[in-house]
Design a protein around this ligand. Structure first.
Ligand code: SF4
Ligand code: SF4
Length: 102
């Protein structure tokens, strides 16, 4: 599932530069995540980078958008067509993912 930002967001902006997919933007009242660009950080980090820096921990899985690791990994490749290292990581099944984090 894509990550979503809840109403607890205090608009500090800390999450925005952390997203590897440029999925976060500043909305009129809260920061927002474009679900079409969010991979839950699959392919890049073991945990969601936005949630890792959020002072109020309001970047949470969106229960309305369940997605598999395979779908998210394919999205990561689609979002970064020129990233050969990412493609290699995913192709060899040795990529960071919240689904594999201990
Ligand atoms: S979970 Fe990762 S990919 Fe999704 S919005 Fe947060 S930082 Fe970006
Ligand atoms: S880090 Fe958290 S509180 Fe700050 S803008 Fe992002 S979602 Fe909102």
């Amino acid at each position: 599932m894509a990550t979503m930002i809840t109403a607890e967001c205090i608009q500090c902006g800390a999450c925005l530069p952390e997203c590897p997919n440029e999925a976060i933007s500043q909305g009129s009242e809260l920061y927002e995540i474009d679900p079409a660009r969010c991979t839950e950080c699959v392919g890049f980090h073991e945990k969601e980078a936005c949630q890792a820096v959020c002072p109020v921990e309001c970047c949470v899985p969106d229960p309305g958008r369940p997605e598999t690791e395979d779908v998210l990994a394919a999205r990561a490749i689609a979002l970064h067509p020129g990233d050969a290292a990412l493609r290699a990581r995913i192709g060899s099944k040795s990529f960071p993912s919240r689904f594999r984090a201990k």
